[in-house]
Design a protein around this ligand. Structure first.
Ligand SMILES: Nc1ncnc2c1ncn2[C@@H]1O[C@H](COP(=O)(O)OP(=O)(O)OP(=O)(O)O)[C@@H](O)[C@H]1O
Length: 224
């Protein structure tokens, strides 16, 4: 499924803090393609991820995932789209305190209405794919920052999302881990054929991406 953002405008805050985070942004993201969002701090990268991920409703414009306009759905339908069609790998990993790495994936699967038996095997396969076969029973506070992000990626992939949204995957980890995570996100995109959008300041991530969108001026300017 292709993701098309059409004429998106988002204004955040009120009064003096009112800011145009995205201005008439139009962009297309294709399956199996890793797109890097670049641009200065505050240019709207995270806002674009939130809009594409049905976490934030734009003031104007369409968010077309295939034929579905996520911006026009009811809150309930948007929640369902988030659980079943979209995977998120955000900075902190957003893991649930107290659950082991394996349980993080099982919890996500139950939300997405998957049956338990097949899921456990798949959860283990995915954790092995991200190099965490030896960390199944570790809880977030027993994992490193990079390991937490890898759990988040495995969890995002469990439901085979059409859309994978990644915010600053390499910000909290050392260079070697950062390179591994970047390669993993790229490989995942190409193997699973998902639309992947990554907000980043890291030239290595940009180098691994198939295309780049420059968010300067709060709108999408394709580069090279
Ligand atoms: N709740 C809010 N109220 C007012 N302005 C906001 C709010 N949230 C974000 N903004 C502003 O919206 C703009 C876009 O923010 P966004 O987080 O999308 O930028 P970004 O490109 O992801 O930045 P960074 O690279 O620092 O993560 C910024 O100018 C920010 O200050």
């Amino acid at each position: 499924m292709t993701l098309r953002l059409h004429d998106i405008t988002v204004t955040l805050g009120r009064g003096d803090s009112r800011t145009t985070a995205l201005r008439a942004l139009t962009a297309t993201f294709r399956p199996g393609v890793l797109t890097a969002l670049v641009g200065p701090s505050g240019s709207g990268k995270s806002t674009l991820l939130a809009v594409a991920g049905a976490l934030l409703r734009p003031d104007e414009g369409q968010v077309l995932l295939g034929d579905t306009d996520l911006a026009a759905l009811t809150d309930r339908e948007r929640a369902r789209a988030r659980r079943t069609r979209i995977g998120y790998m955000f900075q902190s990993g957003n893991l649930i305190t107290g659950l082991t790495a394996e349980e993080q994936l099982l919890a996500a699967a139950s939300l997405a209405d998957r049956t338990p038996r097949a899921v456990r095997a798949r959860a283990r396969d995915l954790l092995a794919d991200v190099g965490l076969a030896h960390r199944l029973r570790h809880r977030p506070d027993q994992l490193s920052g990079g390991e937490r992000q890898r759990v988040a990626l495995a969890r995002a992939l469990l439901t085979e999302p059409e859309l994978l949204l990644v915010d600053e995957p390499t910000a909290a980890v050392d260079r070697t881990r950062a390179d591994d995570l970047t390669a993993l996100v790229a490989r995942t995109t190409h193997q699973h054929g998902c639309v992947t959008v990554v907000a980043t300041h890291d030239p290595v991530v940009v180098g691994a991406a198939d295309s780049t969108i420059d968010m300067r001026d709060h709108t999408a300017a394709p580069t090279a």
